[in-house]
Design a binder for this molecule. Sequence first.
Ligand code: NAD
Length: 510
Amino acid sequence: MHLNTSLEPKVQPLTPELPTRITIASGDGIGREIMDATLSLLDAAGAQLEYEEIEIGKEVYLKGNSSGISPEAWEVLRRNSAFLKGPITTPQGGGYKSLNVTIRKAMGLYANVRPCQAYTPYVDSNFPEMDLVVVRENEEDLYAGIEHQQTTEVVQCLKLVSRPGCERIVRYAFEYARAYGRHKVTCMTKDNIMKHTDGLFHKVFDEVAQEYPDIQSEHYIIDIGAALLAARPEQFDVIVTLNLYGDIISDITAQVAGSVGLGGSANIGDTIAMFEAIHGSAPDIAGKGIANPSGLIHAACMMLTHVGQPRVAERVLNALLRTLEDGIHTADLYNEAYTRFRASTQEFTQAVIERLGQEPRKLKPAVLGDNAQPIEIKVKPYLAASKQLVGVDVFLDWSAGQRDPNELGQALERIAGKNLKLKMITNRGVKVYPNGFPETFCTDHWRCRFVSVDSRVKPLGNGMAITAPVSYDEVVALLQRLANEGLNFIKTENLYEINGERAYSLGQGE
Ligand code: NAD
């Protein structure tokens, strides 16, 4: 949770009058121990919560629910706006689906939020000033799970990025920055290579950033951004990025902060949000009563803020920081210089409870003022665009003879017909026809671009493009001719101009 001294806490009731009902699940391994500890602390801190418990995890998997959650549990999840989840053990062997991914997708949890903070000198980190939050898009990108083997040699995974998806997560990052008194949002993409997918994310970021003049904004290409995160993480505040990059950098940042064992994370949706510790079920220490509950406590504090009880979260966080400072540490945090008492889970929790109402002396105290409100994002629908079909990419599975691109190209020139012409062939994105290089290695997977015979290269909004309309009938007739010639087409991608912009990438060397 962000420690923010710039927001003056205003007078606000400690808790709402009516308790908020939330779903809880202990999960596996150390789950029960850390959940019991966390709930007793929330209770002592005055959280106004009621709990509905569901069973998830290993036992549920082994009963035959391949997602680790029973059908009845979905109803409970749906009834309550927040879910505090313990870690689970996914059984070894095939056929078991990740429970987290299932819940994220089914419940539309579009934002993954992971604060990463250093607690030096009590927890080792090379970056004592580090205090950042990774906001990761959680539903799209390469995680849509749409993969195909298309030829003997080639498999593909679709990277899907939508404009509303980008807008929602980027707005969430800026709203989060405002709510938690953060000053800067950094966007990370690879739009120098993926100009359309990552390019859209970057473009939406630039548009939305204009609406938040009070928050600084900047963009890094993800590779240099990740390198800087490892070398100078203190320079970052809020980072917003696509799903895969966010998955990777949120683990890097937790590790670099030294707080994997202490960190919590949130998965936020429109109606439901899920909160959990970063760590797993730690089966090696399960049942020993020595697990550190701090990760789940941090997650619970994010949840309290989400359900409108930030002042309780603040009390809990400050008591937790004070306990760390006082040298009361669970075994995982033992350190000769600063540990004064090696505590069990229960002893540690009791020590935090005793410090409720106190603040840390050296670490920065948590201040979650009235601005730390639940964040709701509404994305407006996008109006239909002008859309013109100007060609088609036909992907072929072809490995005849020596796989000579000129042989394939000449055959396709003949098959193209009188309205269409073959513009180029690429293999793994590199142009191999016409005028390819003999050195280019060719697989059995060919992308063959057809455009109208009337097309001319001319400037478009975003560069040069071919432009002349093509009809869907012409595309269908082309596929029929390819089939008649025994050419095995794997798939097609239509080439469009949308709102006067080229809506497809050019081949390398096109
Ligand atoms: P892990 O995080 O469970 O454990 C790694 C190491 O950290 C272990 O030595 C463990 O004892 C220690 N550790 C973890 N949490 C601790 C705590 N709160 N207090 C003290 N020590 C702690 O990671 P793993 O061993 O790779 O995974 C174990 C199981 O957890 C696997 O089945 C994995 O799939 C699952 N897992 C679940 C989640 C989740 O539910 N979100 C996340 C990660 C891993």
